[in-house]
Design a protein around this ligand. Structure first.
Ligand code: PMP
Length: 435
């Protein structure tokens, strides 16, 4: 079966709203290190899969061996009604790393489910279904997670089980706060929070859910310290803070292990997912014991924290620590960020190069304006692929190129990818100017 046949069959059997990247979609069949190979034998340097499924890359012997050891047991599992050694060990590690005192961990299979669980325990703890969320956010595609997603492109239903009030994001390029000087944006966001609480809620709000850097939203970073400023107000009302660390966790931002640490405050709950299983479905919520224990009744999860995923997760966390990948993200990320900033200096088609560590975005706009240019963004994105580099796209208007390579990216690979990126941006901008 060719990739074209596969595409036709995909379109015939999957729902119409399942997005595929690229005009000519890719079928990946193998990977090694930071490179992936498609069904036609083309190899790409992967600058996006790190923030998705494979935080430390492909075919890593330590992870393979940990999973193979688990496979050789015959996969004794049959759900969380039995004790799972790897799960308890992983929960202890994550609880310790979370920074939340005496934390509890509940494992799920996806980020969506992790946020659903966080919203469930927060609303139950507070006996309120009122929730605050941030414009331009993405938290998943279940009913509640979609309900707190502030980007209608990603809602396949407008119905919402929660009563949600929306806060402004700290976007520097667009939105109300972008018009203010940097120094005034936190005060304005706090004023916005107070006003939203007073005008759009009955006061007894359960929680505020936010991403420290918005992922799908185009790597939009609010001003450092915003979560701490928000939390001061939230604490006056007993409202919980939930940090969605699905993209920002595990050292990706370089300076910190979790995205929330740039904000100078510890959340009550944090959710994690994506790359922590390095290909295996592993996610969850970690948080205050009183909040997680507040759910009465009994529960279990058939696959949440199963031995295969948990074995992979334990091996990933050990690998991250042993190779100090957070420091690598800071060092290699700086090469990319500096190179990109130098290359786009003076280009009036680029509004901003932003992000932290190995989470970097480039926002494309119409000449000299902040009007989004998704057409140019798509051209650059396709040109990167033609040059052998996979990147991501995002933002409310689809005009942000996103880079989230595996945290093991080497300096040589960073320079190689940077050269492809810079060439793609230069040639596509030159073409756009000439047109
Ligand atoms: N939260 C954030 C910040 C995400 O980026 C995503 C996935 N893009 C999710 C939640 C949902 O995770 P999943 O796709 O595993 O359900």
């Amino acid at each position: 079966m060719t990739t074209d046949d596969l595409l036709a069959r995909h379109r015939a059997v999957l729902p119409s709203w399942m997005m595929l990247y690229y005009a000519d979609p890719i079928e990946l069949v193998s990977g090694s290190g930071r490179r992936v190979t498609d069904a036609q034998g083309r190899t790409y340097l992967d600058f996006f899969g790190g923030v998705l499924t494979n935080s430390i890359g492909y075919d890593i012997p330590e992870i393979r061996e940990a999973v193979e050891r688990q496979l050789r047991t015959g996969i004794v599992h049959t759900s969380t009604i039995y004790l799972i050694r790897q799960q308890v060990e992983l929960a202890e590690k994550i609880a310790r790393l979370s920074g939340i005192p005496d934390a509890r961990v509940f494992f799920t299979n996806s980020g969506t489910e992790a946020n659903e669980a966080a919203l469930l325990v927060a609303t139950n703890f507070r006996r309120s279904h009122q929730v605050l969320a941030v414009r331009n956010s993405y938290h998943g595609r279940s009913y509640a997670a979609m309900g707190v997603t502030g980007n209608r492109n990603w809602s396949v239903s407008g119905l919402n089980p929660l009563q949600v009030a929306w806060l402004h994001s700290g976007d520097r390029v667009r939105g109300l706060l972008s018009r203010l000087p940097e120094a005034d944006r936190i005060d304005a966001a706090v004023e916005d929070l107070r006003e939203v609480l007073a005008t759009q809620t009955a006061g007894d709000v359960a929680c505020l859910i936010a991403e420290p850097i918005q992922g799908v939203g185009g790597f939009v970073a609010p001003p450092d310290g915003l979560f701490a400023a928000w939390k001061k107000v939230l604490d006056e009302h007993g409202i919980l803070l939930v940090s969605d660390e699905v993209q920002t966790g595990w050292g990706r931002t370089g300076e910190h292990f979790w995205g929330y640490q740039a904000h100078g405050v510890t959340p009550d709950l944090l959710t994690f997912a994506k790359g922590v299983g390095n290909g295996f479905a592993l996610a969850g919520v970690v948080g205050r014991a009183d909040v997680l224990d507040s759910v009465s009744g009994i529960s279990f999860s058939t696959f949440g924290g199963n031995p295969l995923s948990a074995a992979a997760g334990n091996a990933v966390l050990d690998y991250l620590r042993d190779h100090d990948l957070q420091a690598n993200a800071a060092r290699v990320g700086a090469i990319l960020a500096d190179g990109l900033r130098a290359a786009v200096a003076g280009l009036d088609r680029v509004a901003e190069v932003r992000g932290r560590g190995l989470m970097l975005g480039v926002e494309f706009v119409r000449p000299g304006t902040t009007e989004p240019d998704p057409v140019l963004t798509t051209r650059v994105f396709e040109a990167c692929r033609a040059g052998g580099l996979l990147a991501g796209k995002g933002g409310l208007h689809g005009n942000v190129l996103r880079m989230g390579p595996p945290l093991t990216l080497t300096e040589d690979e960073a320079r190689e990818g940077l050269a492809i990126l810079v060439e793609a941006i230069r040639s596509c901008v030159a073409e756009a100017v000439a047109a």
